[in-house]
Design a protein around this ligand. Structure first.
Ligand SMILES: [Fe+2]
Length: 311
């Protein structure tokens, strides 16, 4: 197929159609530039995708991590962006203890809680709550310090469906046309929970939440605090506009940028079984919970690790 869409005034690059989708080879670097691809000593790592997603075998997450194991798991997280651990069946407390190896746990007053304030519980499908995780997003980017990462465990899994997908936002950045990179270099965007959440709550809940979480500005391209990689940091759920750009141009550019998460070459898709754990780097990825399993139920619990201010 030939790309025939005319470039928008924002993009001015004949190679790139307005929706950002084009055929041809993508640059797919799994590791930050200059990083050696070293083996893992303390567990077996089975890649699930070309640049993102790996299953870790031979680790029991119910046990305390040694400093060496924590360090090697962190390297795997940075290099693969999302790690999968099959059949862990952790208690809520074990899940929190594992996540706490990466820092302070976050609370999320917007979502239903599980056994403690640090646990978010998702009960979907059947007659459960409406789903709003089936859009590409990074979690809580409306916070001044969005989550570093999250540990999700599935408790009830539908017979088929209910997969989660993740996209590598460093790869998304790497493949942007130079014209777009130049346009967003140094730009900031506003993130706000209102577009994603307002429809689910009445004013009695929204008003205090707006006081707690006013709109924040983050760089459109953030640098990973541990690897230094540049990553595209805007998403459909929470990014409302690019600062200092007229509304029309901001809308067109954002619409192009958020769609980069849709490119299959940057993605991995995980099929869950009950008791499986996914641990993702929320700084480096976006995710999408596929909503294809009603009337069956899907029950999951998430613990998130507080992050730092994007730069
Ligand atoms: Fe999410």
């Amino acid at each position: 197929m030939t790309v025939t869409s005319s470039p928008t005034p924002v993009l001015r690059d004949a190679r790139v159609p307005a929706d950002g989708m084009y055929e041809g080879r993508r640059t797919l670097h799994r590791l930050p530039e200059g990083t050696d691809d070293l083996p893992y000593e303390l567990f077996e790592l089975v890649p699930q995708g070309r640049i993102i997603g790996a299953e870790v075998r031979g680790v029991d997450l119910s046990l305390p991590l040694t400093p060496e194991l924590r360090k090697e798991l962190n390297r795997a997280l940075l290099e693969w962006k999302v790690l999968f651990f099959r059949g862990q069946g952790l208690s809520s407390q074990q899940q929190r203890e594992f996540a706490a190896n990466w820092g302070e746990l976050e609370t999320n007053p917007l979502l239903a809680r599980g056994s403690s304030a640090e646990v978010v519980r998702f009960e979907k499908g059947g007659n459960g709550a409406p789903t709003f995780e089936n859009v590409w997003h990074a979690d809580v980017t409306f916070r001044e310090r969005p989550a570093l990462g999250a540990v999700l465990q599935l408790h009830e899994v539908p017979p088929v469906g209910g997969d989660t997908m993740w996209a590598d936002m460093a790869a998304a950045y790497d493949n942007l046309p130079d014209t777009v990179k130049a346009r967003i270099d140094g730009a900031t965007a506003v993130h706000d929970f209102i577009p994603g959440f307002a429809r689910f709550y009445g004013p009695e809940k929204l008003v205090p939440m707006q006081e707690q979480f006013p709109p924040v500005e983050h760089p459109v391209v953030r640098r990973h605090p541990e690897t230094g990689r540049r990553m595209l940091f805007v998403n459909t759920s929470f990014t409302t506009h690019i600062v200092g750009m007229d509304r029309d141009e901001s809308d067109r550019l954002l619409s192009f940028l958020v769609r980069q998460a849709h490119v299959p070459e940057y993605q991995v898709r995980f099929r869950w079984q009950a008791g499986d754990i996914a641990f993702w780097d929320n700084r480096a990825t976006q995710h999408y919970a596929v909503d294809d399993y009603a009337p069956h139920r899907r029950v999951a619990e998430r613990v998130a690790i507080a992050g730092d201010r994007p730069f």
